[in-house]
Ligand binder design. Sequence first.
Ligand code: SF4
Ligand code: SF4
Length: 195
Amino acid sequence: MENSVGYNPSFAEEVFQNVHSGDEIKMCMNCGVCAASCPLREHMDYPPRQIFSLIRAGKREAVLGSEAIMLCTSCYTCAVKCPRSIPVIDVMHGLAHYALTKGYMPRVETARFGKEFWNQVYRIGRVDEKDLPRRVFFAGGFMEGIKAMLNFMDIGIKLLLHHRMKLLPERKIKGIKSLKKMLDKAEVLEKGGAV
Ligand code: SF4
Ligand code: SF4
């Protein structure tokens, strides 16, 4: 529990124990190279260096509610530049996953995209560039979907004109049954079960 000034003394230990690669943060020397090199830093409420400092400072709500942990695009710039070879990406994604399991939803758009992406790969074994955005756009309701469609219409038209997007729906891959079996097993393993 956090006290009145938002300090939870056991939060760092909680991260070290439960977040994928969370204990790697112990090696961070707070140099800021990751934050300076991150192409998304301007859109993040807290860049990676600051997230790691907040963890040490016991700021549980700030970290698990931070948009930054769901904004990382796995570009690997920070991982290549970190002088301590800390897997910043793994920690950021680990924090996002942990936040979701604890009932936090820092970026609803990212969560929707992840869910629809997974569902589509599970269903047909690949991504359909028309169907995926349509499902993501309309996941928040009809009006929200129409607005998003209009916003992205020019990009869609350009993709069609340059043959980067097909008009017809994508078909299932040949080995879809085997892929589903693999994904089912992966899901069981992730939940800590045995396969
Ligand atoms: S670059 Fe590495 S050591 Fe420096 S602040 Fe980022 S994670 Fe920490
Ligand atoms: S991997 Fe993520 S945190 Fe690292 S530089 Fe890229 S977007 Fe930023």
